[in-house]
Each structure stands twice: as C-alpha cells, then as structure tokens.
Design a protein around this ligand. Structure first.
Ligand SMILES: [Zn+2]
Length: 198
C-alpha cells in the first residue's frame, strides 16, 4: 500500500523523509490533527502527505477512528516528564500493540528499514502506532530524555517533539509562546496595580 511510488527516489531523499526525527514529527502532527472532535479523513490524509507519505491515500472514517485510539495511547508518551516514564509507557505499547521488529524494502520500492507493524499492508491505525513507537523509542535511546512534550499553554493540547536543533521548548509553537508571554505580562501588571491601590 505504501511507498509504491518511491522506486525512483534517491536513498538520500528517502532518508531525509524517513529519518527518525521526521517520523516522530509526523507522529506529533497526526496526534494533534486527530484530536479534533470529528477529524475529517481528508485532513488526516493531507497531514500524511505533508509528512512525505506518497499520494493515493484512501482513509475511511473507520481508519480515522482507529488512528484516534492510537493517538490517545501515544499521547501518554508525550506527556511523560522523564526518560524513565517515557520508556515505561513505550515498553507497554511495544508489548501490547506492536509486532516483532522486522525489515522491509516494500518489495524493493525503498531501502531496507525497520518496521514494527505485522505486515506492509497493515491497517493505518496499526501502522501509525507501530511507526510512531519505533521513532519515539529510538529518540529515547539516542537522547536519554523524553522524546516530546505536551504544550505548556493551558489552552493548547498539542503534542510536539522537543528534541532536535535549538534549546528545549515548553510550547508547541511561536503562537502559544507569544500568547502565554502576553498573558503572564498582563497578570504581573494587574498584581502591580492591585498592589498600588492598597
Ligand atoms: Zn500550543
């Protein structure tokens, strides 16, 4: 089902799209899109395409329901605040929801790479959970830190990958960081003002 159109792509381009960090970022983007009340299968397909999944993606509402359940499980890994806790959550998911580690080249359409789903034609929810667990596991291994976070803004539930270039972030986006900075500033001014009237 997947990677069929990639026979002609170079190995370099392939590794960029499928680097562990790219897979982990795709997991976070899917978790956030699937958090909507009734996510539109077309929107989820767009997120997959935006993260390098080749065209011809056909998702049903049933697929999306399964992916939502997977997203809820993965969210626990993003909420973990220590490497130990992230590892415990991942170990449970790996024991209960993924298959044994195997190598696939998708019938020669891609370089050999590891998968944790049971088959190249696994349903979307199984593929999403397995590929996300794989990426998050490697990130914990590599950095000995939780692989991601949930945005610190109380009005946002976005998961994001906190590893990569730059300092560790508390917010999922510049927008959330700005909103929280402005409201912290307002709070401190109102404390100053109420202090002044006493
Ligand atoms: Zn946010």
């Amino acid at each position: 089902m997947r990677y069929i159109a990639q026979v002609s792509s170079t190995i370099d381009g392939w590794s960029t799209r499928h680097s562990v960090l790219a897979m982990a970022r795709r997991a976070a983007a899917l978790i956030n899109s699937l958090d909507a009340d009734r996510p539109d299968p077309g929107d989820i397909a767009d997120v997959l395409r935006a993260h390098g999944e080749p065209g011809g993606i056909e998702l049903t509402t049933c697929d999306v329901d399964g992916m939502r359940a997977a997203a809820a499980l993965l969210r626990e890994v993003f909420a973990a605040e220590t490497a130990d806790s992230a590892a415990r959550h991942l170990n449970r998911l790996l024991a209960e929801h993924t298959g044994p580690l195997r190598l696939t080249s998708h019938g020669g359409g891609s370089p050999w790479h590891p998968h944790l789903d049971h088959d190249d034609d696994a349903p979307w929810d199984e593929w999403f959970l397995a590929s996300s667990c794989m990426a998050l596991t490697v990130l914990v291994w590599e950095h000995q830190r939780p692989p991601g976070r949930i945005c610190s803004s109380p009005s946002c539930r976005n998961a994001f990958i906190s590893q990569g270039s730059g300092p560790e972030r508390r917010y999922c986006s510049r927008r959330c960081a700005t909103r929280e900075r402005v409201s912290a500033h307002r709070r401190s001014r109102s404390v100053e003002q109420s202090g002044g009237t006493r």
